[in-house]
Design a protein around this ligand. Structure first.
Ligand code: AMP
Ligand code: MG
Length: 338
C-alpha cells in the first residue's frame, strides 16, 4: 500500500506529478468530463499499470490527452478536413477524435488497434497539468472498472486509496459524463459514444455525422461500449418516463418491506412525485440536459452510499445531451449488463 495524496494543482503538486509520470507511475487528474487516471502514453509498462489498477479489460482502449498547443500530428495522421474544422470548434472540450495512429504512442494504449483517440480537455487544471508534464497522457476514467465514473477527487480516492500516489484536485467536474468519441477515419465522422458534444453539433460543423449502431455479430468499434458500466454498488432498477407511476409504486412497496429505496429522477418528475416520494428520498438530477449530465455520476455515487436500491426514472426529454445521459443511465441502472 502506498500513501495517496490529494493535492490542489500548483507548482508543488505539478512537479510531483511530472516526476511520478517520468518514473512510470500513475496520476489522477480532473477534466471537465470526469477524473482521469493518467500514464505517460509513450511508456508501455506505465500504461499497463492503468489496466491492472482499474481491473480494466485488455481490449478497451484508452484516450490520449494533450494540452491545447500540442501538435497532435506527432501522434496521429490522416486528419481529414472536417476534423480540422471540428477541432477548431470543439477543442479544447469534451470531444475525443479517433484517427489513424502514427505508431508513436505505445500500442497498449489502443489495445493493438491501428487508431488512437485524442482529446484536449478544457478544465484549466487539466491544461496546466498537461502543459507542465508536456507528455501525451493515456487516461481512462479514474474508477475501478465498471464502477461509476468519478466527478470529484474524493470519488477517485474512494476507488484507489493506497493504490496510486497522487490525485490532483480540481473540484467537481462540470460536464459530468465522458467525452463524445468520434471516429474520424472515414469520409463522414461517426459517433462511437455519445456525450456533451452531440451528433447535431458535429453535423452542423462537419456537414454530416453518422452514429454507430452495433449490429448483431459485427465487430465492436468502440470496445468500451460492450461492457457493463457506470454501476453503483447497490441494487438498481430503471423505469421509462411512461412507467413513472409504477416507479412510485415500487418505491412504496420496497420501503414497506424495509428496503432503503431512493428514487433518482429529474427535477420536474421530483415535483410530480412529491406526494408519493418524500424529497429526502429523491436523488434529484436537476433540470436541463447539461445539469442532469453534470449530476448523474455524483448522484449515483451519493445514492450507493445511502441506498439499498436506486429506482431510476428516465426524464421525458431524450434528445441532444440526453442521448449520452440515457446511454449511461441504462448501463448503470438498467438491463444491458452483458
Ligand atoms: P474511458 O476513458 O474509460 O471512458 O474509456 C475510453 C473509451 O474511449 C473506450 O471505452 C473506447 O470505447 C473509446 N476509445 C478510445 N480509443 C479508441 C479508439 N482508438 N477507437 C475506438 N474507440 C476508442
Ligand atoms: Mg470509463
Amino acid at each position: 500500500m502506498m500513501e495517496t495524496l490529494i493535492l490542489k494543482t500548483d507548482e508543488n503538486s505539478l512537479s510531483s506529478a511530472k516526476k511520478i509520470l517520468e518514473e512510470g507511475g500513475l496520476v489522477a487528474f480532473p477534466t471537465e468530463t470526469v477524473y482521469g487516471l493518467g500514464a505517460n502514453a509513450f511508456d508501455g509498462e506505465a500504461v499497463k499499470k492503468i489496466y491492472e489498477v482499474k481491473g480494466r479489460p485488455q481490449d478497451n482502449p484508452l484516450i490520449v490527452h494533450v494540452h491545447k498547443d500540442y501538435d497532435i500530428e506527432r501522434i496521429v495522421c490522416d486528419i481529414p478536413q472536417y476534423a480540422r474544422s471540428l477541432a477548431q470548434k470543439f477543442m479544447p472540450g469534451p470531444l475525443t477524435m479517433v484517427f489513424k495512429s502514427r505508431g508513436a504512442v505505445s500500442p497498449i494504449v489502443s489495445c493493438g488497434l491501428d487508431t488512437v483517440g485524442v482529446r484536449v480537455p478544457s478544465h484549466p487544471d487539466a491544461q496546466k497539468f498537461l502543459k507542465y508534464v508536456d507528455l501525451p497522457i493515456a487516461a481512462p476514467s479514474a474508477n475501478i472498472s465498471k464502477h461509476v465514473s468519478p466527478v470529484t477527487a474524493g470519488h477517485v480516492y474512494a476507488d484507489f486509496a493506497g493504490r496510486i500516489p497522487l490525485i490532483l484536485d480540481g473540484g467537481k467536474c462540470t460536464g459530468g459524463i465522458e467525452s463524445t468519441v468520434l471516429d474520424c477515419t472515414g469520409e463522414i465522422p461517426c459517433v462511437l459514444r455519445s456525450g456533451l458534444v452531440t451528433r447535431e453539433m458535429i453535423a452542423e460543423v462537419a456537414g454530416d455525422c453518422n452514429v454507430f449502431v452495433p449490429k448483431a455479430g459485427e465487430k465492436v468499434r468502440s470496445p468500451g461500449m460492450k461492457y457493463k458500466h457506470y454501476s453503483p454498488n447497490c441494487l438498481t432498477m430503471l423505469f421509462s418516463y411512461a412507467e413513472r407511476s409504477r416507479a412510485a409504486e415500487e418505491y412504496a412497496r420496497q420501503r414497506a418491506e424495509g428496503v432503503k429505496a431512493y428514487v433518482m429522477c429529474d427535477e420536474s418528475l421530483a415535483a410530480a412525485l412529491e406526494k408519493d416520494v418524500p424529497s429526502e428520498h429523491i436523488l434529484n438530477l436537476g433540470r436541463s440536459g447539461e445539469e442532469i449530465a453534470a449530476n448523474l455520476y455524483y448522484k449515483l455515487r451519493e445514492g450507493e452510499s445511502v441506498a439499498d436500491l436506486i429506482i431510476a426514472v428516465a426524464p421525458e426529454k431524450q434528445d441532444g445531451v440526453m442521448v449520452g445521459v440515457m446511454n449511461r443511465l441504462t448501463k448503470a441502472c438498467g438491463g444491458d449488463k452483458a
